[in-house]
Design a protein around this ligand. Structure first.
Ligand code: NAD
Length: 320
């Protein structure tokens, strides 16, 4: 079996690759893995260091927006394609949205077309819960309309719908996953957990947006990767699966948990003006993947967060 993983040098993609090659996903045992990554600021070869010597791993530098390069990589065949590659940071999409549209929307279309042309097998499109917008109470089922609010989530919604269209129009074997907020090791220190952790470890303050009461659902990156493998191996073609963690926290609660994990006080919080268009609350209903595919998050939040903080403490050279 050959798996092509786009964005496999990023935070979640590299976790998926390390775990598959490390034997943590028995359904994909023995697979050859090809990473296709443009190595933007967010993609780093060091993220694949633990599996760099594995003969089943091939790393291809390339941009998903480049049809010729994508066709070359898919020429070797792909039984499974897992599409992580994207521009992912909401704040960057507010100051400059162009790369978000070209990579997330155009790049996904290039990849879908190349997969179709190459006769590739299943195409897992890794989407996000942010495509749903913001919800005051309750949780979104997969049937909820997409109402994205940031250029990032709008571009992800575009790619999510293109994936659906290639299934409906061409019969491509597409499955879409929409996951909530991930935390874990190897996350670029622009996102809240590694940004706050590294600033605290450096003795600095952490910039908390607005009133700090925006709510996110958190899950460990390995739970997300397991959900992706379940969707890849036993999900139904053309379906969308929400993946959640069941730990809903305000940003203030998350910040307090990080302060406690590092062992410092609330005087390290610096209140800053709110993010433009800041979604108030995200909450996915992940009962479909639980009931159909047997998914449940395994990493308890407190343990996962403590291990993550410890990883950043022990891997200063990775982020410094
Ligand atoms: N981080 C989260 O909490 C979260 C939650 C739900 C869904 N997602 C989705 O999961 C996927 C991975 O997220 P992440 O947090 O690992 O992102 P990341 O920013 O850490 O990594 C993105 C990867 O994509 C690569 N990339 C970017 N543009 C590319 C291009 N044009 N061609 C080829 N490669 C390119 C980068 O080099 C990098 O390796 C994204 O699609 C994101 O929308 C993320």
């Amino acid at each position: 079996m050959r798996i092509v993983v786009t964005g496999g040098a990023g935070f979640i993609g590299s976790c998926f690759v390390r775990e598959v090659l490390g034997g943590e996903h028995p359904e994909l045992a023995g697979a050859q893995v090809t990473v296709l990554d443009a190595f933007t600021y967010a993609g780093r070869i060091e993220n694949l260091a633990p599996v760099a010597d594995d003969p089943r791993l091939t790393v291809e530098r390339g941009d998903v927006r480049d049809p010729r390069r994508v066709a070359e990589v898919l020429d070797g065949g792909a039984d499974l394609l897992v599409h992580f590659a994207a521009e992912t940071h909401v704040d960057r999409s507010i100051t400059g949205a162009a790369d978000f549209v070209t990579t997330n929307v155009v790049g996904t279309q290039v990849l879908l077309q190349a997969a179709l042309d190459a006769g590739a097998g299943r195409f897992v499109h890794v989407s996000t819960d942010e495509v749903y917008g913001s919800i005051a109470s309750g949780s979104w089922p997969e049937t909820h309309p997409l109402e994205p609010n940031s250029p990032y989530s709008a571009a992800k919604a575009g790619s999510d719908l293109l994936a659906r269209s290639y299934h409906r129009t061409h019969g491509l074997d597409v499955v879409v996953t929409r996951c909530s907020n991930n935390y874990g090791p190897y996350q670029f220190p622009e996102k809240v957990v590694p940004l706050f952790t590294t600033r605290l470890l450096d003795g600095g303050t952490v910039p908390l947006y607005g009133d700090g009461l925006n709510v996110r659902d958190w899950l460990h990156v390995s739970d997300h990767c397991r959900g992706i493998t379940l969707a890849a191996t036993t999900g139904r073609a053309g379906e969308v699966y929400n993946i959640g963690g069941g730990t809903e926290l305000t940003n203030l609660d998350l910040t307090r948990a990080l302060l406690a994990a590092v062992g410092v006080g609330e005087d390290r919080i610096e209140r800053v003006a709110d993010r433009k268009g800041h979604d108030r609350r995200y909450s996915v209903d992940w009962s479909k993947i639980r009931d159909e595919l047997g998914y449940a998050p395994r990493v308890p939040f407190e343990e996962g967060l403590a291990a993550t903080v410890a990883w950043y403490r022990d891997h200063r050279s990775w982020w410094a």
